[in-house]
Ligand binder design. Structure first.
Ligand code: NOJ
Ligand code: CA
Length: 549
């Protein structure tokens, strides 16, 4: 049996929520979020409907890349607590029915990692080949991932005088993953976190991780997946692979599906934003139709935003500028000429209709949704903070001091919250919990509808013809029931009428997001009217079926 067909494939219909402990809730009043704070918000997350938490790196780190520069794979940064606090958090999360995945960042370490210290000191020693060293600067014009700060991928080490490779910042030397010993160490790291409660990993920078001078080492990814599954039969890996679909398929392990379990759909995400900019469903429709079929156990992670820039590098220059012009008119809102350092409400001028359309679309796409903390309340970036950090500000819980992120009287918090218009006084959890018309209430309904619609995670996709460019209509079929989503991307006021054919007389139609809407089945078709920015989620149940709807 294939590895992709074994075990409990809970991720197929999971609701992922990514947060950084550092910016979630500060319990002890030092201005930095901690595990105790997070543990105190697990009921909030469970009530929201989240089923799997993805924790951003919380390991010891000099934090020169927001914690993606790790100096010890086996610990917790002392600012957030200690391993005991992690285990306590795991226990509480599991008690609320939530799973946990943690970041596996093993393409590189921090230069502070003891492996790098040993490697630079003694080329012949035990750790000598843990990194990629050259005596002379190689003739290599590979572009660094952060071209605004680094002009290449080789830097000279002050201690040894030799050159080492780094795909990202110079303080993040690339591990030599061709070395069997490095691979063994990576497996141990993976085993450790699984053993103390993780259900899987978000794997950082996968294409670079498995790249060697011979090309891509898919064997390595396959053996990592094997190591994972041997230790925990239903553990998974959600990989960061921002490449065209054809190449992504290879990272799933092709039709065997024995490499990454899930991948973020970066292509679909960029198409989603282009569609939003154009108010035209075309790009998203095309992306959906060009998604390669996956092995049963594999899945797409659909997202709107994440902790990095909204990267638009897979769009053409012209398309990218359409999105820039629409959503990031100022230079400071863009980065590396390829992305936007804003959150969705900032880009959509907090238009509630448009925001609801965006999230309704994202949650309805075949796959599993991945939320970034704060999206559920419409948290806005702090445009005064340069670069990616603008979208990494502390969660806003109340309208009080520090937005309830830290106890009153805390002198300074880890990052400044946004000001007027986006401040905690205007956007916070507490207020939205009490308001059934809030964005938070909408997300709760959306998540509940997603969770009661396994067709979205498991069903077979058909993109439907509607005769309107601005409309995306898609159907997902599973066990005789159909989930149908219809979204009108045109502006509010531009309503459309349409008919979806092939619906048998007697079919029962339930509207999942708005029960007041009742579309009619007439002469073999479903007649619908949908306002601009309107969204409909329907369940169609054939006559005689016992599907609850
Ligand atoms: C991808 C992460 O998402 C990003 O935040 C980080 O800077 C790079 N990998 C390097 O680890
Ligand atoms: Ca703290």
């Amino acid at each position: 049996m294939r590895i992709s067909e074994t075990g409990d494939r809970w991720w197929k219909t999971a609701v992922f929520y990514n947060l950084d402990v550092k910016t979630y809730l500060d319990w002890n009043g030092d201005g930095i979020g901690d595990f105790e704070g997070l543990a105190n918000r697990l009921d909030y997350l469970a009530d929201l409907g989240v089923t799997c938490l993805w924790l951003a790196p919380f390991y010891p780190s000099p934090r020169r890349d927001n914690g993606y520069d790790i100096s010890d794979y086996y610990g917790v940064h002392p600012d957030y607590g200690h391993l005991g606090d992690f285990v306590e958090f795991v226990r509480t999360a599991k008690d609320r029915g939530m799973r946990i995945i943690v970041d596996l960042v093993v393409n590189h370490t921090s230069q502070d990692h003891p492996w790098f210290q040993a490697s630079r000191e003694d080329p012949q020693g035990e750790y000598g080949d843990f990194y990629l060293w050259r005596d002379e600067k190689p003739d290599d014009d590979t572009e660094n991932m952060f071209p605004d700060v680094e002009d290449g991928v080789w830097s000279q080490d002050e201690t040894s005088g030799r050159y080492y490779r780094h795909t990202f910042y110079r303080h993040q030397p690339d591990l030599n993953t061709d070395s069997a010993r490095v691979r063994e160490e990576i497996e141990k790291v993976l085993g450790f976190w699984l053993q103390i409660g993780a259900d899987g990993f978000r794997v950082d920078a996968v294409p670079y991780l498995i790249e060697s001078e011979q090309g891509r080492e898919h064997d390595f990814l396959r053996s990592l997946r094997g190591a994972l599954t041997r230790r925990h039969g239903s553990a998974m890996m959600l990989g960061e692979v921002n490449l065209p679909y054809g190449e992504q398929l290879e990272f799933f392990g092709g039709e065997d599906g024995d490499e990454l379990t899930m991948q973020f759909d970066f292509v679909g995400n960029q198409a989603l934003w282009l569609s939003m900019a154009r108010q035209d469903a075309g790009p998203l429709r095309a992306a959906l139709q060009s998604r390669p079929p996956l092995a049963t156990g594999n899945q797409w992670g659909n997202f709107v935003r994440n902790h990095d820039e909204l990267t638009l590098d897979q769009l053409s220059e012209e398309e990218r500028h359409e999105v820039f012009d629409a959503f990031a008119p100022e230079k400071a809102q863009r980065i590396h000429d390829r992305g936007i350092v804003r959150r969705a409400p900032g880009m959509l001028e907090s238009d509630p209709r448009r925001l609801r359309l965006l999230y309704s679309l994202a949650y309805s796409l075949p796959g599993a949704p991945v939320l970034y903390y704060g999206e559920e309340i419409g948290l806005i970036e702090n445009g005064a903070i340069p670069g990616r950090s603008a979208v990494r500000t502390p969660m806003q819980w109340t309208d009080g001091e520090h937005g309830g992120f830290a106890p009153a009287g805390t002198a300074e918090i880890v990052a400044p919250q946004p000001g007027e218009g986006a401040a905690p006084a205007q956007i916070n959890v507490s207020e939205q919990l009490r308001d059934e018309h809030s964005l938070l209430a909408f997300h709760r309904r959306l998540i509940a509808a997603y969770r009661s619609s396994p067709e979205i995670g498991w069903g077979e996709l058909t993109v439907l013809e509607t005769g309107h460019d601005c409309v995306l209509a898609h159907r997902l079929t599973l066990d005789g029931a159909d989930f149908v989503a219809v979204h009108n991307l045109a502006a509010h006021g531009r309503s459309v009428e349409l008919a979806l054919d092939g619906v048998v007389e007697g079919t029962e139609v339930a509207s999942l997001l708005d029960p007041t809407v009742q579309p009619e089945v007439e002469r073999g078709g479903l007649r619908l009217e949908l306002d601009g920015y309107g969204a409909l989620w329907l369940r169609l149940v054939a006559p005689g079926s016992r599907r609850l709807h």
